[in-house]
Design a protein around this ligand. Sequence first.
Ligand SMILES: [Cu+2]
Length: 336
Amino acid sequence: MSQNTSNLPFNNWSRRQILQGSLTLFGLSLAGGSIGFKHLFSNFNPAVKIPNFELDTNPILDNPFNPMTILREFDYGTVKKENGQIIRQYEVTAKSSLLHLNTSLDFMTWNLNDRVPGPTLRATEGERIRIIFHNEDGHSHTLHFHGTHPSEMDGVKPIRHGKTAIYEFEAKPFGVHLYHCHVAPVTRHISKGLYGMFIVDPPSPRPPADEMVMVLGGYDINNRKKNDVYAINGIPNYYRDNPIPIYQNQLVRLYILNMIEFDPVATFHIHGNMFKVYRTGRTLIPDEETDMITMGTAERHILEFHYQYPGKFMFHPHQDTIAEYGCLGNFNVVKN
Ligand SMILES: [Cu+2]
């Protein structure tokens, strides 16, 4: 059973980035026979390099999270051994908090671990995982996972304010999945921010790549069952104003999830390039190559591409309203 020890962080991150607090290693500990470590960052394969960049500390908006950090952040939980069995354990807390979407628009989110989307939980197929869910919000919520699990772990029974629930099951099948609150009206609980990505890696890891996560969401500010603004990784137009640095000719593996409620579909398009599609992340060989993919709500895929030419390239849903109201971004391709 893999413990992902090969994924320990730091290999590609500068000391400055670490000191900036954009990258934090949580509680590294080794104690008598049990292995307990928690790290949040992905396949830190020495073969993969990430361009240095200054993390925008977002002083105007002053939010509890930064979409540039969310982009390449993976929560592998804490691995422990109990009665001879290895368990990968995560902590997820529901709360309410105010998010500054732009300089003139605030929104009271219901969120997980103080961020929208919630943490990108990641495990390897076949591992036993345990999600400890604390509900510190005033409303009842749940965590309902996609993937295969027993009925009693399906996360549809409301967990009241101040209560804790434990969801435990085997991570399967490999692919890109999601989790979200399943309390009615679900559209409201999701559009308020209670969702996140759940990646199950295949037993043999995918090849090294600059891995990143994009979760598309919408905000129904006035509770009209209609989105007023949209965002990739929580903050509208963040990557339009802060382009994502990637290296020329290096493989990018993008885990993408559409969590936009109220609009039937969202598309995704990248400029100046094509991408390979692994539908729902359920294959190891690509299903197709295109530059446009259509996703219903909760639909998700792995897209792989590398940029042949340096420079700035846009990405966005091709429904231009969704793009113009918050889902527009840029890659900044730099020479390696
Ligand atoms: Cu809820």
